[in-house]
Design a protein around this ligand. Structure first.
Ligand SMILES: NC(=O)c1ccc[n+]([C@@H]2O[C@H](COP(=O)([O-])OP(=O)(O)OC[C@H]3O[C@@H](n4cnc5c(N)ncnc54)[C@H](O)[C@@H]3O)[C@@H](O)[C@H]2O)c1
Length: 439
């Protein structure tokens, strides 16, 4: 039963520019990774657009094309990279400093990486207290800064001969702020830019500039950024897809894999204690309580939404959920997470599960950046705009339209993503209804 005629998706002709505000560990691991894959010296493990398949029709049909063959995505050979950072290190220097990838690999990519130099950042230290750097724009107002970013984007596009652009925020986590009056409508936000309103964060200036120019935008950090009424209004008005927030890697990824399993089997939960140590720049930034607050809010929301305590008060009505992150330099980018999970079984008998995840944060984040960049470009060509809930799969704290709760269960998210691709291409959605109901 095809649901509708396939959407007329514009082809992915020409070059796609991927713009990265923030060129630290995640961004450089992503860029170097794509270059390594292009040269055949690495595999894009963890990327659905590069390695995933999608089942079409009945199981007996035996049709499972690669996603990259099924939907018209930009190809890796057609990607060019650009970005902004308050440090002027080129992508090679920044990647070496981040210490995620082996220098033997980076040295093979050195010539290409050195060409990628960050443009001057929009930065204000009150939003990321632990950082200060020299490569920063000055302007007469926040609107002036937004216009400078727009000019950067136009020049980048012309210089690199790009057909299309997308942006993925890979900058540091800004301090926690709730939306204020200036974020309540586009008109107020634009007035606020002109008046350099204190509540407008640098990340929002990039997002505004991109959306004004029709550049699809994804927010990899947990801070508010484009998750405001004003910027989503602009996205809808200019028909640009947006998505966020906070890449789902590491501990939260494990949480959204395990928690749906407990709920599926109706095992109760008394508590979930999560702690992390990490020693990269992200860890240093998160050592500031106000930046950590953005992360904590993003990480804590997950369990409530998956477990639905209002529907299962006996099982999940009183969970003690604690999340800690500590900066511990020797770990570098290789974060270590511990989870202690107190579950409850038949007649209330308690059990414990311990998870010790020795993970590599940026190695888990890089394929997500790639998928998001390719999927928001695809969404734009397919005429989708506003918040892209089908990309919740990639987020710790998925953005939702006003009044809707986010879906956190990784498996529901995956089904939603793949069904959106099937729907766009005019194929039947997969319901997993068994043969019991077939003739
Ligand atoms: N690695 C992961 O698994 C993961 C998961 C979820 C979210 N994140 C988020 O992704 C972001 C990037 O992580 P990372 O490990 O690459 O951090 P990082 O500290 O290595 O890189 C962030 C870069 O952003 C730059 N920056 C900060 N403010 C900026 C601004 N206003 N304009 C331009 N550049 C700016 C910093 O100078 C730095 O180079 C962080 O917000 C982090 O919380 C990472």
């Amino acid at each position: 039963m095809p649901l509708k005629k396939a959407v007329d998706v514009k082809p992915a002709h020409g070059k796609l520019g991927i713009l990265l505000p923030g060129m630290g560990a995640v961004a450089t691991t992503f860029i170097a990774g794509v270059q390594a894959v292009r040269r055949g010296i690495g595999k894009p493990i963890g990327s659905m657009t590069q390695m995933g398949t999608i089942r079409l029709g009945k199981r007996t049909d035996d049709r499972s094309p690669a996603i990259n063959d099924y939907v018209p995505l930009a190809q890796l050979k057609d990607i060019v990279f650009g970005g902004w950072d308050l440090f002027s290190d080129n992508a090679y220097e920044a990647a070496v400093r981040a210490g995620v990838l082996d220098t033997r690999l980076l040295d093979q990519l050195k010539d290409e990486l050195e060409q990628i130099k960050p443009m001057k950042a929009v930065f204000e230290q009150k939003w990321v207290k632990k950082l200060t750097g020299p490569n920063v724009k000055t302007g007469t107002s926040k609107m002036d800064l937004a216009e400078q970013v727009m000019e950067d984007i136009r020049q980048f596009k012309a210089k690199n001969g790009c057909d299309r652009l997308v942006a993925v925020w890979c900058g540091s986590t800004e301090v926690y702020r709730k939306p204020s009056d200036v974020h309540s409508s586009l008109a107020k936000f634009e007035a606020g830019l002109l008046a350099s309103d204190d509540d407008i964060a640098p990340s929002q200036i990039y997002a505004y500039a991109c959306l004004k120019l029709g550049v699809p935008y994804a927010n990899g950090a947990p801070n508010l950024s484009l998750d405001t009424a004003a910027l989503t209004e602009l996205a809808r008005k200019n028909q640009v897809p947006v998505t966020g927030k906070d890449f789902k890697t590491g501990q939260t990824l494990m949480k959204t894999i395990l928690a749906p399993g407990f709920k599926a089997r109706l095992l109760g939960l008394e508590g979930w204690y999560s702690t992390n140590i990490l020693g990269n720049r992200d860890g240093e930034v998160l050592d500031d309580p106000e930046s950590f607050k953005s992360k904590e809010v993003s990480k804590l929301g997950v369990l409530d939404h998956i477990l639905q305590p209002h529907l299962y008060p006996d099982l999940y009505g009183n969970i003690d959920h604690v999340v800690r992150i500590n900066y511990y330099k020797p770990r570098g980018d290789n974060k270590e997470g511990w989870d202690n999970i107190d579950i409850v079984g038949w007649l209330g008998y308690p059990m414990q599960i311990k998870v010790n995840f020795l993970c590599r944060d940026s190695i888990l984040a890089a394929p997500i950046v790639l998928d998001l960049a390719l999927f928001i470009d695809f969404a734009h060509r397919a005429g989708m705009s506003g918040i892209q809930e089908w990309l919740s799969f990639y987020w710790k704290s998925p953005m939702t339209p006003e009044g809707l709760y986010p879906e956190h269960d990784l498996f529901i998210q995956l089904m939603k993503l793949k069904n959106t691709l099937r729907y766009t291409m005019g194929d039947e959605l997969i319901t997993h209804l068994g043969a019991e109901y077939y003739d």
